[in-house]
Design a protein around this ligand. Structure first.
Ligand SMILES: Cc1cc2nc3c(=O)[nH]c(=O)nc-3n(C[C@H](O)[C@H](O)[C@H](O)COP(=O)(O)OP(=O)(O)OC[C@H]3O[C@@H](n4cnc5c(N)ncnc54)[C@H](O)[C@@H]3O)c2cc1C
Length: 415
């Protein structure tokens, strides 16, 4: 008897994770991707302006991101991430010129908060207790209604950390999503907070996943944009690709792993987040000085994080909607002036590229968090995946991979 087919729409991390999880189950896997390359919002490409392969955006993982690390171990990409042996984050304040490091100790008892030189200047151990308010039970509220979003520790540690994790001004962000991040990383100690960076997002996450899926016999169809579903009662009966269609058998199933607005167009009556936040990345083709840390946090600037690679310096600015209308040349000049100061590299503007991802993530507010659907849908053979589904985490690699895992598990339970 022919095996049932699971059709997966979207080859971002969520769709890839669903496919990887289904490998070994008694089903055929067909993965469709609208673009000519897999990876979605987590991908590398050859940039003709710089003449080098860059990522669409710098991506930071923490060692507490268990699903992401398990995914990498399964596909054989675990050795493509690098980071320090201990949690260690360098910062600079562009207003005061102060520099410091944040070095949580490895275990869950946070003695580092009592040790001078292991946290930001101007903070004492009592200030750290403010974060505990996030962990108390209660309804999802803006972080600003749960903890004080002010003071040296907030500006120099909690704001940069939460802004990077949530991609929204933290005072507006969801307290539940912030608490989930804190529980899975900081609250477990520095062992779960080691920063990990991929040297090429596609080389780490995407190419090994595609190679793994090809080895296990999955059918991967790039340049295949799903135009619509054909419904029969509460089942998906066919897939419409415009110039081609695929009919589904009675036991066949679908994982929809496309972004929220696409999913809403394809599946009527689907509830999903409605608003999004941008991320701006800038890449400068210049060999960084040897003493520049791999990741440098910047406060009191337009820029927030500087990533140092062998052949370039790359910058991330989260919650960056205010910058979408700023001319690229102006942005490049402003950002470079700050990078030069932060890295003490007094050089004229090198070749640059700016990438504005307008809908980088859903807006991680309590209201939007409440609109995220689970993996199960009203359709008997359709499951949802994507960083915008109800993973309990903000839109991150970890969330996207967990959503794919959950969708695959839901599919295996469907009749
Ligand atoms: C600039 C930037 C920086 C980021 N930084 C970080 C970070 O530091 N750390 C972190 O953990 N996360 C980060 N993220 C978030 C992370 O990239 C995402 O959460 C994750 O990649 C989302 O994966 P996904 O599979 O849910 O969605 P997507 O990557 O959007 O995948 C959806 C896929 O579906 C395809 N598709 C769309 N329509 C169709 C259709 N009709 N038919 C077939 N295919 C379709 C798309 O082409 C796409 O490939 C960042 C994101 C951005 C944009």
């Amino acid at each position: 008897m022919a095996k049932p087919v699971v059709h997966i729409i979207g080859a971002g991390l969520a769709g890839l994770a669903a496919a990887v999880r289904l490998a070994g189950e008694p089903c055929e896997i067909v993965l469709y991707e609208a673009a000519r390359q897999a990876g979605g919002r987590c991908r590398s490409y050859f940039d003709a302006t710089l003449g080098m392969v860059i990522d669409n955006g710098n991506h930071l993982l923490l060692s507490g991101n268990r699903a992401a690390l398990d995914f990498l171990a399964t596909i054989g990409g675990a050795d493509r991430l690098s980071g320090p042996a201990q949690a260690d984050f360098s910062f600079v304040d562009l207003a005061t010129k102060e520099r410091w490091r944040v070095r949580p100790n490895a275990g869950p008892i946070p003695w580092w908060i009592f040790v001078e030189g292991r946290g930001p200047p101007g903070a004492n151990w009592r200030d750290y207790l403010a974060l505990l308010a996030l962990l108390l039970p209660g309804k999802d509220r803006p972080i600003g209604a749960v903890m004080a979003c002010e003071g040296a520790l907030y500006e120099r540690l909690w704001r940069p950390f939460l802004l990077a994790a949530l991609n929204i001004e933290p005072s507006e962000g969801s307290s539940h999503l912030a608490a989930a991040i804190v529980r899975e990383t900081l609250a477990k100690g520095g062992g779960a907070c080691r920063p990990l960076v991929a040297h090429g997002l596609s080389a780490a996450f995407i190419e090994p996943a595609i190679a793994h899926l090809t080895r296990i016999g999955a059918d991967i169809r790039l340049d295949h944009r799903l135009r619509g579903f054909e419904f029969s009662g509460n089942r998906i009966a066919g897939l419409d690709f415009g110039d081609a269609r695929a009919a589904l058998g009675a036991a066949d199933k679908v994982v929809l792993a496309a972004p929220a607005p696409v999913a809403q167009d394809l599946a009527p009556n689907l509830q999903a987040p409605q608003s999004f936040r941008a991320i701006v990345n800038a890449h400068f083709k210049i060999a960084p000085p040897k003493d520049v840390p791999a990741i440098l946090g910047v406060v009191n600037g337009t820029i927030e994080w500087v990533f140092s690679f062998e052949d370039r310096l790359s910058v991330t600015i989260s919650g960056a909607d205010r910058l979408l209308d700023v001319a690229r040349e102006e942005l490049a000049a402003t950002i470079w002036a700050e990078v030069a100061e932060a890295t003490q590299l007094e050089k004229p503007l090198p070749p640059w590229q700016i990438i504005k991802e307008k809908r980088a993530t859903f807006a991680a507010t309590p209201e939007e968090n409440a609109r995220r659907p689970g993996a199960r849908t009203a359709y008997a053979n359709l499951a949802l995946a994507g960083d915008w589904t109800a993973t309990g985490l903000p839109a991150t690699i970890e969330g996207a991979i967990r959503s794919g895992n959950r969708a695959a598990d839901a599919i295996m339970q469907m009749k």
